[in-house]
Write a protein that binds this ligand. Structure first.
Ligand code: OOG
Ligand code: MG
Length: 260
């Protein structure tokens, strides 16, 4: 498949909530895979979406093991993917959603390659990411998941804290991470799982993406494996010292019933 054709197929798979037919893309090269991702994002922007940030993938061993890949990847976030903290999110447009706990950074200044990344960061927050591979059974090669915008579907950012706020953690390097579904622990981990320290995700992001503008949100990558997300679930992630972030997964039907 050509780059344009593959971008169109992946985009259509996401829009129709149906996995890519055939399953085989022939993609082997990561440079080509990022070109497909670019073309996919161009299509989203043409529909009126706005870029809000970048996400890193496979920054933890837990994620690499779960998905059978072993390299850092990056994808793009748009305003269509934002879920308000505490809000509802309709899963009916997704194929087989999973959810994972994340740490988010907000840039206050331009982040440039080689510069001290913390100088550009305005704030940090607990976050959740909903992923939804456009490949059948979440089975993909590294180039394939890159082309698919790294399975990005939606994200929620919790309360922002200044990087070194009074009462906040003095170091982000080993904070407890808890993912709960309906009040029951589903995954636990530590921010140390993210490249040894989540601040390293910033250096990785700028190395992979080039300079990043003020206002950009950066998802550092999940500290734990992702878990399946059934409709009707209340999801909460807590990062010690940073607080909690949450949303409720609905289907259009349950949302209407609840709203009625
Ligand atoms: C790819 C997305 C990886 C992370 O945080 O590691 C990712 C996938 O698991 O399908 O978002
Ligand atoms: Mg993620």
């Amino acid at each position: 498949m050509t780059i344009t054709a593959l971008a169109e197929s992946l985009d259509r798979a996401a829009l129709n909530a149906r996995p890519l037919p055939g399953g085989v893309t022939g993609l082997e090269d990561t440079t080509e895979a990022y070109a497909v991702q670019d073309a996919l994002i161009v299509r989203r922007l043409a529909r009126g979406e706005r870029l809000t940030g970048v996400k890193l993938g496979f920054t933890s061993l837990a994620k690499m093991r779960q998905m059978g890949v072993a390299d850092l990847i990056h994808g793009r976030l748009t305003d269509r993917m934002e879920i308000p903290d505490g809000g509802q999110y309709d899963l009916s447009g997704l194929i087989h959603p999973r959810v994972e706990p994340e740490v988010a950074f907000l840039l206050g200044d331009t982040l440039r390659p080689g510069a001290d990344p913390t100088a550009a960061v305005a704030a940090v927050a607990p976050a959740l990411e909903v992923i939804d591979s456009r490949y059948d059974g979440f089975r993909f090669s590294l180039p394939e998941v890159i082309a698919d915008n790294t399975s990005a579907a939606a994200y929620v950012v919790g309360p922002w804290s200044a990087l070194r706020s009074p009462g906040g953690p003095s170091d982000l390097g080993n904070l407890g991470v808890l993912l709960e579904l309906d009040g029951r622990p589903a995954e636990t981990g530590s921010t140390a799982a993210i490249l040894g320290h989540p601040l390293r995700a910033l250096a990785a992001a700028v190395r992979l993406c080039g300079p990043l503008e003020p206002g950009t949100v950066i998802l550092a990558g999940a500290a734990t494996a992702a878990v399946p997300l059934p409709p009707g679930t209340h999801v909460r992630a807590t990062v010690t010292g940073l607080g909690a972030v949450q949303f409720t997964a609905t289907t259009a039907r349950t949302a209407t019933e609840e709203g009625a």
